[in-house]
Every structure is written in structure tokens, then in C-alpha cells.
Write a protein that binds this ligand. Structure first.
Ligand SMILES: [Zn+2]
Length: 123
């Protein structure tokens, strides 16, 4: 697995094919080496939990910054900013939560030859 390629949002196997079409969409398989990013249906679902955990951490982490560094004492203003941080961070982080999930899964289950075969999956 190529961690550097993942951080550049490229295929973790060959480092060439792009992991995303648009902002959120992943192709089913790597256009360069043919590796199926979608190893099974619902494969990317765990990224939602990863993204949620990091988004909560980012929102909660903004509280001490707002209180002690910026000096905001209004609960309403603090809460509004924390919600904005969660929304912006959540959208920005979607692709990286998928990348984290790919890195975790490929570490626990290294790619097999069958990950390059259609096995009835749509291409
Ligand atoms: Zn590839």
C-alpha cells in the first residue's frame, strides 16, 4: 500500500489512478491498474463513522481556541462558530475519511488477486 499516494488522493496500489471523480464520487475501480476500490457493496460505509468522529473532535477542539485564544464569552456565538466549523470541516474531510478507511482496511486486509477481478461487480 502506498500511503503517500493515498494522501494525494491517488490509488493506494499503483499510485497513479485518481481516487475521486468529482468531489465526493469514487470510481468503482482504479482506471490505471484495475484495482477495485469498492471491494464489496457498502464498502465505504465505515468512513461515515470515521468522518463523524473527526468532525466532532474538530468542533469540540474549536471551543478552547474560541474561549481562551479569541476571547469569545458568548455561548450563542461560540455555538454558532462550532456548528460552522463542523459543517465546513465535515465537508472538507469526507475524502480524507475515505482515505483513512482505505488505509486501515488495506493494512488489515492486504489486496488479493481477486480485488482486481470483476467477480460480478459492475465496472
Ligand atoms: Zn491503481
Amino acid at each position: 500500500m502506498k500511503l503517500g499516494a493515498l494522501l494525494r488522493l491517488r490509488c493506494p496500489i499503483c499510485g497513479k489512478g485518481k481516487l475521486f471523480h468529482g468531489y465526493f464520487d469514487s470510481p468503482v475501480r482504479c482506471p490505471s491498474c484495475g484495482y477495485f476500490f469498492m471491494r464489496e457493496s457498502g464498502y465505504f460505509l465505515p468512513h461515515v463513522a470515521i468522518g463523524y468522529a473527526f468532525t466532532v473532535l474538530a468542533a469540540l477542539g474549536s471551543w478552547p481556541v474560541l474561549y481562551y485564544v479569541v476571547g469569545i464569552r458568548s455561548a450563542a456565538v461560540t455555538l454558532s462558530i462550532m456548528v460552522a466549523v463542523a459543517l465546513i470541516f465535515g465537508v472538507w474531510f469526507v475524502r480524507y475519511s475515505k482515505v483513512l478507511w482505505l488505509a486501515l482496511d488495506l493494512t488489515l486486509n492486504p489486496p488479493q488477486a481477486e480485488d482486481f477481478e470483476p467477480r460480478g461487480r459492475r465496472e
